[in-house]
Design a protein around this ligand. Structure first.
Ligand code: AMO
Length: 433
């Protein structure tokens, strides 16, 4: 291997032995007879100390390399209290693995932060920064937690098609593509398939996958390709069974993030684990409170971004970060949502500090009612025949939710823009890198 030790794995037992270290040359300070190179690897940095008189060619070779070049260095590991790690490596031989071009389009350790577009245009370099590495390490940890939590609740992981024939989420645009001789779409969510699975006997499923949405708006909280944790569960009494899973999932993920102490330190963030159950707010009460605060919302409309923000402020005054909005009017929820009486639905949203992070519902499981609701929403049941077939031969009561991972991370880490939370964001104008 080109590396025997990561920077942070070197201990006193390595002192006065030969180690092989490898990574990116973050900084070189050449003082003429002595030079210091800061070498960065996945776990941190270490100092290479070069004495010109010891091996002059090696001194010249290493100090002549541009910043961010990749090297593997064999050298003696020496304790040194004056160095941050408590040791330094005195190179004996070097293998240059890749020479970085100059100038760098983006500095890795520059004090002045580049603007966001420059960072995204050069995302691979941007991702080398410790803060970015910390963020994506936390992302990995919370998704691992989601996986573990849902499995412990007897959910089975599934993967549903992403090339689909019909829309599931009215109101959001779809990306079309040519599927041989006919048109098809990229999935907006696994909605129709996860529901269909409830008719198979696999009565608790989850999927962590992509949403593709051709929404034109360019906001700080929308992506055209995002990821979500979706679940569907059968034999429920009501949407409350689904909400109970969701709030405990969010709590577990939040807690796990709080355990990433090293990464949170890098990001200068703290995480306070929320207690469950989360507050339940009825739509009617929320609309009344918003109107009292001069919102133009009228009954039957979905909350605007501004309404959500206003409600977030109201809740903040009460010290509440997480709250469910329940008993939505039927007309603002998708066709598959179970009605509650004539006007209301069994759909809910989970809000965190003024932003929707999840929505879900109990679903309609009666095929006749489902077709009626499709027609009422201006949809033709004929376009959904494959989905409807799943309801004809025995479909239990069921419900589920979709929970946006990027929205979650944005709120968890108080980030100003959702694009920070995904490796290579896709938005209205960005298709590369
Ligand atoms: P919904 O459309 O509300 O519901 O999406 C669920 C959650 O996914 C996230 N999300 C997004 N995140 C970033 N950019 C976007 N463009 C975007 N769109 C959605 C949000 C949102 O709360 N099928 C239902 C879920 C269900 O009922 O099971 C659905 O897709 O966090």
């Amino acid at each position: 291997m080109l590396r025997s030790r990561y920077s942070k794995d070197i201990t006193a037992s390595d002192f006065n032995t030969q180690v092989t270290v490898a990574g990116w040359m973050e900084e070189t300070r050449n003082l003429g007879s002595i030079a210091f190179v800061i070498l960065r690897d996945r776990k941190g940095t270490l100092q290479l100390t070069l004495l010109k008189k010891k091996i002059p060619e090696l001194f010249d070779q290493l100090t002549g390399l541009p910043r961010e070049s990749v090297v593997s260095v064999v050298g003696l590991c020496k304790p040194n209290d004056k160095v941050r790690n408590g040791y330094e490596v005195l190179p004996e031989s070097v293998t240059v693995l890749s020479v970085a071009e100059t100038p760098l389009p983006l500095g890795i350790v520059d004090k002045v932060e580049a603007d966001f577009d420059t960072r995204l245009d050069n995302r691979v370099l941007d991702l080398r920064k410790p803060e970015q590495q910390a963020l994506f390490t936390i992302r990995d940890a919370v998704l691992d937690e989601a996986d573990g939590f849902l499995r412990s609740e007897h959910f089975l992981e599934v993967h549903t098609p992403k090339i689909i024939a019909s829309s599931s989420e009215g109101g959001t645009e779809m990306f079309t593509l040519q599927y041989f001789d006919r048109p098809a779409f990229l999935a907006q969510s696994p909605q129709l398939y996860k529901q269909s699975l409830m008719a198979t006997g696999l009565d608790r499923v989850f999927e962590i996958a992509w949403y593709f949405r051709a929404e034109e708006h360019n906001t700080r909280r929308h992506l055209n390709e995002s990821t979500a944790v979706d679940i569907e569960m059968a034999f429920i009494d009501s949407e409350e069974d689904v909400m109970s899973i969701l709030e405990r999932l969010v709590q577990a993920m939040w807690k796990r993030a709080g355990e990433c102490t090293k990464e949170l330190d890098v990001l200068k963030k703290t995480v306070t684990v929320p207690s469950v159950p989360f507050l339940r707010l009825r739509y009617d009460d929320v609309v009344r409170d918003l109107q009292a605060r001069k919102s133009p919302i009228v009954w039957g409309q979905d909350l605007s971004t501004e309404d959500e923000r206003l409600l977030g402020d109201l809740m903040k005054e009460k010290g509440v970060d997480f709250y469910f909005l329940t008993r939505y009017p039927l007309k603002v929820k998708p066709f598959y949502t179970m009605p509650e009486g004539k006007e209301y639905s069994r759909g809910f949203d989970l809000e965190c500090k003024g932003i929707e992070i999840s929505s879900g519902s109990q679903r309609i499981h009666d095929v006749v009612l489902l077709q009626d609701r499709m027609r009422a929403c201006g949809l033709d049941p004929k376009d959904f025949s494959a989905y409807l077939a799943a309801f004809r031969y025995g479909m239990p009561p069921h419900g589920g939710f979709g929970f946006g991972i990027e929205r979650f991370l944005m709120e968890l880490l108080d980030l100003p823009n959702i694009r920070e939370t995904i490796l290579f964001p896709r938005d209205r104008t960005r298709l590369t890198p």
